[in-house]
Design a protein around this ligand. Structure first.
Ligand code: ZN
Length: 307
């Protein structure tokens, strides 16, 4: 089976990673982490979210974070834009990509955004127009694309419907989130093969949480289906405040470590990511889920054995 030889990592620690953290992370620390991530070779960073400050207090400093970071050439910085109010805030910044957000299930969309999917969608044409006026690209994000904690299975037809709504808005890149870690590799492969067939020309990103230990296996299934864009969070931080029991994103260091061992290029400096994960452990003040942080790289073992 021919796997992609190169994968793009979309680093989401500053948004998905930080948002569930209860203790306040100072704005200066967020800026320091994003600036460090900008030196790892990663080319896409989700820096923050324009969600309502009351919903996610941890990210209420979105504007200050974006004003403080040293944007690097060759890196695309994006932020979550969940609604028209968030879009007005995004328009006042120089963020490169507006990442829209919607749930694939009605129950999760209601829990997350307090409205029906169709109501959220109704606000998007104005958002897309505003982004175009500001020269920003728009990507479409879908939460609970592979299973909903409230509704269970999300039928492929339902998923294809919401993807189709994004495509109808002129959006060319769609990110599918396994928000609560319900996807299995067979499902990822089957779903991605069918969606690519149905929506040719769309770029896809998989956003996989490791809630039930299936995230890296799901990445391999995605690779087998030809998907070459993956979200991950350094340190494996993350979760969804509206998804019971949700745990972290797949850790960037675990993902990059695996891909490099498989001969797949990422352009990411693994040691630099591990150093940031260590720093993050001190920042959040609790142990991280990252396997590489706990066990080290396989090449470290080889060095020990050779010594
Ligand atoms: Zn997530």
């Amino acid at each position: 089976m021919q796997l992609p030889t190169q994968v793009t990592i979309h680093e989401v620690c500053p948004r998905d990673g930080f948002q569930p953290e209860q203790a306040w992370i100072p704005t200066a620390t967020k800026i320091e982490i994003i600036d460090a991530l900008s030196q790892t070779g990663v080319t896409e960073i989700q820096a923050t979210s324009f969600v309502h400050p009351r919903a996610i207090p941890q990210l209420r400093d979105a504007e200050d974070v974006l004003a403080g970071i040293a944007k690097q050439p060759g890196i695309s910085y994006d932020a979550l834009v969940p609604n028209p109010r968030g879009a007005e805030r995004a328009a006042a910044t120089d963020i490169d990509v507006w990442h829209l957000m919607l749930s694939a299930s009605e129950a999760h969309n209601r829990e997350n955004g307090n409205r029906a999917i169709a109501e959220t969608l109704a606000g998007f044409p104005a958002v897309v127009e505003l982004a175009a006026e500001h020269g920003a690209e728009v990507h479409g994000g879908l939460a609970v694309a592979f299973g909903c904690p409230y509704e269970g299975e999300v039928p492929l037809e339902q998923l294809a419907w919401v993807v189709g709504e994004y495509v109808a808005l002129g959006i060319e890149h769609v990110s599918l989130g396994d928000t609560t870690g319900m996807a299995n590799p067979a499902q990822i492969y089957e779903t991605m093969m069918r969606l690519q067939e149905r929506f040719p020309g769309i770029g896809w990103t998989l956003h996989l949480h490791d809630t039930r230990g299936m995230a890296l296996a799901n990445v391999v299934a995605g690779l087998q289906a030809g998907i070459d864009h993956y979200d991950s969070a350094t340190g494996g931080l993350g979760g969804c405040p509206y998804a019971p029991g949700a745990t972290g994103n797949v850790a960037t260091e675990d993902l990059v470590h695996m891909l490099h061992l498989m001969g797949i290029e990422t352009g990411v400096d693994l040691d630099a990511v591990i150093a940031i994960a260590r720093r993050l452990q001190a920042v959040v003040g609790h142990p991280l889920e990252s396997r590489i942080l706990k066990a080290g790289k396989t090449s470290d073992l080889a060095e020990i054995a050779a010594a």
